[in-house]
Design a protein around this ligand. Sequence first.
Ligand SMILES: N[C@@H](CCC(=O)N[C@@H](CS)C(=O)NCC(=O)O)C(=O)O
Length: 211
Amino acid sequence: MSERPSPLPVRLYDSTVTSGNGYKVRLLLHHLAIECKRVTLDIFGGATRTPEFLAKNANGRIPLLELDDGTFLPESNAILCYLAEGTEYLPSTRLDRARALSWMFFEQYSHEPYIAVLRAWKKYGGGLAKRTPQELEAKTRGSYAALDVLERTLASRPFLVGNRYSIADIALYAYTHVAADADLDLGRYPAIRGWLDRVREQPRFVAMTND
Ligand SMILES: N[C@@H](CCC(=O)N[C@@H](CS)C(=O)NCC(=O)O)C(=O)O
């Protein structure tokens, strides 16, 4: 029995201030030349915690992708997997697909909770005044630990998986390229900087702008 065609993306719920998690989705949509209406929400003003939004995503966060059959798909890296299916951005072998997932889980556990959170505190206030020096120090230490992992990996390969650009690179590019917003110094990471340049050279690359 043949599978029914997958529902198509119609709307991306994103943030009024630049969210790397939202940007991951926008970048892949742009690579794929997929038109998708973007709805921006004031995440610091509680717009993702209203009853209306919680009915769409019980976790109250963007990005959230709405599909043409009324389905809502949360979690940036899950959305990348959905959109990349059947395209060159999803690695072609089983092992490489699992490796891409490894990087995306790494991003969510060891990278984004440090770099993205530190960036939000420093760039948008985000309660910075209430943070203790110890909290800032812990986030900074965790951020550099994640960058060290990327540097060691990218010293010997052009992209994270299978020597070609994939959703793993998109997931890790999002917050790595704005590390300076978190007062993190990429000067000592030549392999990361070379990889950031290679990502920017990809066809239909689009920069993370809107604030
Ligand atoms: N694991 C989630 C994290 C999403 C996330 O933290 N979204 C933030 C913006 S980057 C948000 O919506 N914050 C609003 C809130 O928590 O109310 C993903 O990768 O999509």
